[in-house]
Design a binder for this molecule. Structure first.
Ligand code: NAD
Ligand code: ZN
Length: 354
């Protein structure tokens, strides 16, 4: 467990913060910026700043409000403005210290500022360590649509530090765990079996995090721009993103986490997989039981089906107006580009509702 080579950059697991400092020192950057949110500013920044004390390079901290509500054009414009005010030039470096929101928005802000400056990801949530930080997708939400504006821009490096997970609330641990379970379901049955029996009252073992990154990385290296098989990573996300957006619109600050929404999406899409792609009844029951035991139930009655369906129609994976899903042929194996009808999708929501 050391370094994984991704598309054009290393994902570093060992002596992470030392390696980050070395990276900054060797990079010849004119200056650097650390993007945080209010929580990572409090819990993670001090750990990093201790290591930066002896550096000669000057740096500034840019802090935004925490949460998905900040992942929008207004906060992004705020970051651009701060970069201008701080005099960021093309040889500046942006360090995204935070969860998927900071990684996605910071990556987007960096990839567009002065036509692109270097950035590195220092993911501090489990979700961003196992998923969001690797693969080069940057972006923001717009017009109530998730990640609708963005770029494929690779970071210069990703630094995965287990110590950051110590302060992460359990609900956020479980959110990231959903993506780990997804990685097992789509690519590795043994990994799924290991995860479904693991104790997740605390952060998972670094080895399990590493395995998840390795699975995701293999997929994105083979298909960096999501022309084909990378869509397998979207298992659970066609329904899940719609549920997530629905919850953001309806539940205010009490909205579902990304992982909670994806867990619901995975149950629905496992049902679709049973119907259309070969997943057996036993496998469907197993997936449903594991996910329902880990994640809170969420009310999705008939009245929300049409809203959810409209949201699914805006999914970026769709082609020619058809809603496309990644489905499981069996646990550990999947196939992409299954067209699902409105009726099937609503039936899958009924299956979830029980
Ligand atoms: P997040 O960034 O909002 O973080 C969740 C919460 O945890 C926030 O309140 C944050 O302040 C707090 N937090 C972060 N690190 C902490 C720490 N170490 N200690 C205490 N609190 C901490 O959300 P997330 O779940 O990390 O990411 C979700 C986002 O990631 C979504 O916007 C999703 O679209 C995106 N995403 C992107 C990709 C991709 O490939 N780019 C993949 C998956 C998800
Ligand atoms: Zn996801």
């Amino acid at each position: 467990m050391d370094t994984i080579n991704s598309i054009s950059y290393p994902v570093i697991f060992k002596d992470t913060l030392t390696q980050l400092v070395n990276f900054i020192e060797q990079g010849n950057y004119s200056r650097f910026f650390i993007l945080t949110d209010e929580h990572t500013g409090e819990h993670c920044l001090p750990l990093l700043q201790e290591r930066l004390e002896h550096l000669n390079n000057s740096y500034d901290v840019i802090e935004v409000n925490a949460g998905e509500e900040s992942k929008n054009i207004d906060f992004c414009a705020g970051i651009w403005k701060m970069l201008i005010d701080f005099g960021a030039d093309r040889h500046s470096l942006m360090i995204n210290l935070g969860g998927g929101v900071i990684g996605d928005m910071g990556g987007f802000a960096a990839s567009t500022y002065k036509r692109g400056i270097d950035f590195v990801q220092v993911p501090t949530t489990l979700l961003s360590q196992v998923d969001a930080s690797v693969g080069g997708k940057t972006g923001i939400d717009f017009d109530n649509l998730k990640n609708i504006i963005g770029t494929f821009t690779q970071p210069k490096a990703v630094f995965i530090e287990p110590a950051f997970l110590q302060t992460l609330p359990q609900r956020q641990i479980l959110s990231g765990y959903a993506e780990m379970l997804k990685h097992g379901l789509i690519q590795d049955a043994a990994y799924w079996s290991e995860l479904k029996g693991a104790d997740i009252n605390a952060a998972p073992a670094p080895e399990l995090v590493y395995q998840s990154v390795a699975i995701k990385n293999k997929v994105v290296v083979d298909d960096p721009f999501e022309k084909g098989f990378r869509k397998c990573l979207n298992f659970g996300h066609t329904v899940g993103h719609a549920v997530e957006t629905y919850s953001l619109l309806n539940d205010g600050s009490k909205h579902l986490t990304h992982g909670e929404a994806i867990a619901i999406g995975m149950i629905c899409e496992a049902w679709l997989s049973h119907k259309n792609a070969g997943l057996t009844t036993d496998e469907l029951n197993e997936i449903t039981t594991v996910l329902n035991n880990l994640y809170p139930r969420y009310e999705l009655d008939e009245t929300c089906h049409s809203v959810l369906h409209s949201l699914m129609k805006t999914d970026k994976k769709n082609q020619n107006g058809n809603i496309n899903c990644t489905l499981l042929n069996k646990i550990g194996e999947c196939s992409i580009d299954h067209i699902c009808t409105e009726e099937e999708l609503c039936d899958s929501l009924r299956y979830y509702a029980g």
